[in-house]
Design a protein around this ligand. Structure first.
Ligand code: DGP
Length: 113
């Protein structure tokens, strides 16, 4: 898979506002926030899209969700947050390194745009 901006951030080649890190993932503030709280949970192992993740990633994918939950608590937004994974360009994915958006701090409408 081609290198992405997120791999450069994981390798500390470009800066980012890091809110959490462990051996499996990095969580950073989105550079173009769509809500008062907008964090991206990025696995250190690059997977282009959720659709590319097979059963071998079950544990990592669960870890990303539980990490989002933990970061929401850390940031004081556990009462209301939205998690988004854009899969593919037609769904709005622009960086082809799987990531989970954690959005909070405002009301969200449904259906999403
Ligand atoms: P998506 O559209 O789902 O692929 O989301 C990509 C997000 O990544 C988008 O909300 C903007 C964010 N982003 C793009 N480049 C950078 C960057 O260099 N630093 C940070 N922190 N976020 C970035």
């Amino acid at each position: 898979m081609p290198d992405t901006i997120f791999m450069k951030i994981v390798r500390r080649e470009i800066p980012a506002a890091i809110v959490f890190e462990d051996e499996l993932c990095l969580a950073i503030r989105d550079v173009n926030p769509q809500a008062p709280t907008h964090v991206l949970i990025v696995p250190k192992e690059p997977i282009a899209r959720l659709a590319d993740a097979g059963a071998e990633y079950q544990s990592l994918l669960g870890h990303l969700l539980l990490t989002a939950n933990r970061i929401a608590a850390q940031l004081g937004v556990s009462d209301g947050y939205r998690l988004v994974i854009n899969n593919g360009a037609s769904a709005g994915q622009t960086v082809f390194h799987l990531h989970v958006h954690l959005l909070a701090g405002r009301s969200f409408s449904w259906p999403p745009g």
